[in-house]
Design a protein around this ligand. Structure first.
Ligand code: IYR
Length: 229
């Protein structure tokens, strides 16, 4: 098969003074540090345009061979949300009633999760990120996709950051197994559900577990070359 090189264009890169870089880094970190996952959403409507921007932002993620192996399915239709919640809760009841081993249930206990998935019907939008395991060419033949999990994980991270930065909240929910989403949302066989993210304002009385994040020295190891060796 012949391949065509893309034309290259100059990189539009803005060099900033170091003090400005530090200010930006601190401001962005402070903003992201305030992000919390909540399970309690308000049903206050959210402008569709905001969700569109978050998806555009997610779509800037780097991806394996620039194949952009993601489809964002956006649901605000109350009927579909209800069906989705019913199906998710059915699976989760099986999970919490024994499909998840005791060690898993123990790990979740501090977070207070259970089989009730109210966020699916309360949040004004539910965004499901589907991972395109392989691509489909216009003639129906399969095109291998590379690093789809990594690519979708990065896209999800950007989506979450965008949602937080614009003043909304989301939750990364992975109902398990997720096959019911493929059926309900009529996705093609090359797409697998990756993440379900309700989006909206937090409920006025939203509560979150009192979590601590690991400090820098617990999450990073540095080889500075400055030792006495
Ligand atoms: N999918 C279940 C269980 C669950 C698993 C993990 I790992 C979490 O961080 C949270 C929940 C549920 O959504 O309840």
């Amino acid at each position: 098969m012949s391949t065509t090189a893309r034309p290259f264009v100059p990189l539009a890169f803005q060099h900033l003074p170091e003090d400005e870089m530090l200010r930006r880094a601190q401001r962005f970190y402070a903003e992201m540090e305030r992000r919390r996952t909540t399970r309690h959403f308000s049903d206050t409507p959210v402008p569709r345009e905001l969700i569109e921007h978050a998806i555009r932002t997610a779509g800037t993620a780097p991806s394996g061979a620039h194949q952009q192996p993601w489809t964002f399915v956006v649901i605000s239709d109350p009927r579909i949300k209800r069906l989705m919640r019913e199906a998710a809760e059915e699976e989760e009841r099986v999970n919490y009633d024994g499909r998840m081993p005791p060690e898993w249930l123990e790990a979740l206990a501090p977070l207070g999760t259970d089989a009730v998935k109210e966020h699916i019907t309360t949040a004004p939008y539910v965004v499901i990120l589907f991972r395109q395991v392989y691509g489909l060419r216009p003639d129906g033949s399969r095109r291998t996709h590379y690093y789809t999990t990594e690519s979708c994980g990065i896209a999800a991270g950007l989506f979450i950051a965008a949602i937080h930065q614009m003043g909304l909240a989301t939750l990364t929910h992975t109902p398990s197994p997720m096959g019911f989403l493929t059926k309900l949302l009529q996705r093609p066989e090359n797409e697998k559900p990756f993440l379900l993210m309700p989006v909206g304002y937090p409920a006025p009385d939203a509560r979150v577990p009192d979590l601590q994040r690991k400090p820098l020295d617990e999450i990073s190891i540095w080889f500075d070359g400055g030792g006495d060796g």
